[in-house]
Design a protein around this ligand. Sequence first.
Ligand SMILES: C[S@@+](CC[C@H](N)C(=O)[O-])C[C@H]1O[C@@H](n2cnc3c(N)ncnc32)[C@H](O)[C@@H]1O
Length: 379
Amino acid sequence: MKRKKRKLFYGLMDKYRGEGVVPECAHFGECGGCMFQDISYENQLLLKKEYVNGLFQDIASVDEVFPSYPFNYRTRMDLVTAFGKKGFRRSGSYRHVVDVESCPLMQTQSNEKFMELRNLLEGVEDYDYLKHSGYLRYIIIREARFTGEVMVNFVTSVPENRLSIKLYDFIESVDSSSMLLSDGLADLSYGAQFQTIKKGFINETFDSIVYKITPNTFFQSNSEVALKMYRRILSETGGNTLDLYCGIGSISLYVASAASNVTGVEMVEESVNAAIENRDINEIENVNFVCADAASYVKENSTSFDTLIIDPPRSGMDPKMIQHIKEMKLDKIIYMSCNPATCRDNLRELEDYRIESFEAYDMFPQTPHVETLAVLRKK
Ligand SMILES: C[S@@+](CC[C@H](N)C(=O)[O-])C[C@H]1O[C@@H](n2cnc3c(N)ncnc32)[C@H](O)[C@@H]1O
């Protein structure tokens, strides 16, 4: 967090903390995962509303932050295995890991699987990411909210499966499991899939749409909230539609019924392949996917679109991208964002558009993060 933003946040935390809220997790304060467990959920929503309205004060405001289940919502957890511990980084420290038995943000099955794995992986060499030596770097647990399917992946420093025998029965109890290689110095919790132990994907469903999720592809962290946002995006979609930063095609496919055509653009090849497969699984005919950098695609394609949907990474869109969008002369832009600060900067830069509607959703309860959705119209 930048200094000014951090100051604003800590001020709000003091204002809304109140008294008598007992954190759900024994590791609260030590673990870097949550910051808000000592603030009642009602106050977390008020805090986030004040934060968003403070950031956007001169351009937009929200009446409320739409809530989520406060706990057991996460569809993915990346558990570090280092220094004899399995868990999350210590608050404010990359060098230390907090050993956790369970996490109240994880869904029930994910917690059960993690507890089993803690015992089963006893004695397996973990990875010292400070000295760059060892074997097992991460355990990744993904759980689809609406289908209940569970995927467990192991990120290792060498392309060897030293776990099979220990996990023989465990693998039977999950829907998918893969081995991923991360052999560089960078601390990555993804990598080339060098072995599919079981199936290699899980399915999630959002209303009538089925999504196949593979180990290295992005899927929203909170399915309930994501689905609410997708329904809202669907209600605003029409005509020839461009979905930039489309991941595995989650939004493109969800809104296809309201559009004449949808083009989804994504730069990760594995995601584009999954998007194409998802389109075929759902037998949707008016959507196509392109593997490209979003800015390059927009620069090189002069096709006219009626609706633009954007859901960029936390860094938002850079000035070149904003310039390309301005040149497209779109009627409507739907901007979903996981970082209100970069979203605010981008909305300011798109000065040819007025903000027709602006909403905030609590995609990440117990943490400082909040998701926003803006609908913009050409002035
Ligand atoms: C926040 S996710 C959104 C995914 C999707 N809209 C969804 O709802 O699941 C952002 C996506 O943008 C992709 N991405 C990041 N930078 C990109 C770029 N320059 N061009 C195209 N895609 C990019 C990432 O791989 C990721 O899949």
